[in-house]
Design a protein around this ligand. Structure first.
Ligand code: ATP
Ligand code: MG
Ligand code: FE
Length: 359
């Protein structure tokens, strides 16, 4: 069974082909440089760029892997949550293709796809506790199968990735700054008393990262020598030396620790409340973070759980995860009609599948 995946939920345009659970090939175009100028994603620019790139990437994918549209069995598309205008580009393209080829249309929950992505590389084991730490979401799920997700915890304000990006922005690091914070953080030990771990002194499984973000911003503003005068590029970050570098690394490591340790506390609590989990799945852009990865490895080892972490290129947005998640749904006989709707950020993605064949 050949499944095409289409991803246009935010600032990556991506397509991929998955055959029988294995990746055949993929194409990805990131808009990071376009949005960097504005310090964040500009929705109007994002939609236009998806419109420009999606047909191009699709044609390249077909040519490079010697596939014709008629050979595609399922067309999986990220239907949300995401930027509505961006999602509509992918969803409309998917519908047109489904109509013209007769392939089945499968709307994919982008967040579930992040959590299932590692299944392309190793076997997923259920029931699993899922931690999604991405640019827009910090969610924990109880996952009983690839089609049964129960949301058990979420951020009340900023997502973990957002906190990384905002801290990086205060320091004038290149956008998006998470990976630069990560890199500097690896050079030193954290000062665990420097920044707070918010929302841990209550029994909740929910997260809050905006207080931590503000604490770091206040600290940095009180130490203006840490801030780059002009937006730093990678070379400027590498060139930094001496006490200023040591101080900056300490700030990054301490902030990174506060995030990672908050995630640890909530995941351990979630495991206590949800007995019988066989694995821990961590996904999303922040799952690329080295301290988050090592912390989650320790949690899983202590609880004797399998830890499933996608490779770094599968952590951030990509088409392969959409194709793979879509192929799992299609494998269960779950499809959508051409009435499939895109779902913007903040709205719950409905479980509105049809069972059997496309209308
Ligand atoms: P969502 O899936 O919630 O809609 P998104 O798809 O935009 O959001 P992702 O692509 O999964 O988010 O992740 C992007 C986020 O991951 C950014 O905030 C980025 O800074 C962060 N990130 C990427 N690498 C690292 C890293 N090594 N350390 C910390 N954060 C990182
Ligand atoms: Mg992105
Ligand atoms: Fe994403």
């Amino acid at each position: 069974m050949l499944t095409l995946g289409i991803e246009t939920s935010c600032d990556e345009t991506a397509v991929a082909l998955v055959r029988d659970g294995r990746l055949v090939g993929e194409k990805l175009s990131t808009q990071i440089d376009l949005h960097a100028l504005f310090g964040g994603v500009v929705p109007e620019i994002a939609s236009r760029e998806h419109l420009r790139m999606l047909p191009r990437l699709f044609n390249e994918l077909m040519d490079e892997y010697d596939v014709t549209p008629q050979m595609i069995d399922n067309i999986a598309v990220a239907r949300g949550p995401g930027l509505l205008g961006s999602l509509l580009v992918g969803v409309s393209f998917a519908k047109g293709l489904a109509l013209s080829t007769g392939a089945s249309l499968v709307g994919v929950n982008h967040l579930w796809a992040h959590l299932l992505a590692a299944g392309l590389e190793s076997e997923l084991v259920f029931p699993a506790l899922g931690l999604l730490v991405s640019g827009g979401h910090t969610h924990t799920y109880r996952i009983d199968s690839p089609t049964e997700f129960q949301l058990i915890g979420r951020t009340l304000d900023d997502a973990a990735g957002e906190a990384f990006d905002k801290v990086a922005k205060v320091l004038n690091f290149p956008y998006p700054g998470g990976r630069h914070v990560d890199k500097l953080a690896q050079e030193t030990e954290p000062d665990t008393s420097l920044f707070p771990r918010a929302f841990i002194d209550n029994p909740s499984l929910d997260f809050s990262f905006s207080g931590l973000k503000t604490a770091v911003a206040n600290y940095v503003n009180a130490h203006p020598e840490l801030i780059f005068k002009e937006m730093a590029d990678e070379a400027a970050l590498d060139a930094l030396s001496g006490e200023r570098r040591a101080h900056l690394c300490r700030v990054c490591a301490s902030f990174n620790w506060s995030v990672a340790d908050t995630l640890r506390i909530k995941v351990e609590r979630a495991l206590k409340k949800n007995k019988g989990m066989k694995s821990l799945i961590v996904a999303g852009g922040v799952a690329a973070n080295s301290m988050v990865r090592s912390t989650m490895q320790r949690v899983a080892d202590a609880k004797r759980l399998q830890l499933t972490l996608p490779n770094l290129n599968l952590c951030t947005d990509n088409g392969a995860m959409i194709a793979y998640a879509g192929s799992l749904l299609a494998g269960e006989g779950l499809y959508h009609s051409l009435d499939l709707e895109a779902v913007p950020r903040g709205r719950v993605v409905p479980l509105d599948w049809k069972v059997g064949k496309r209308d």
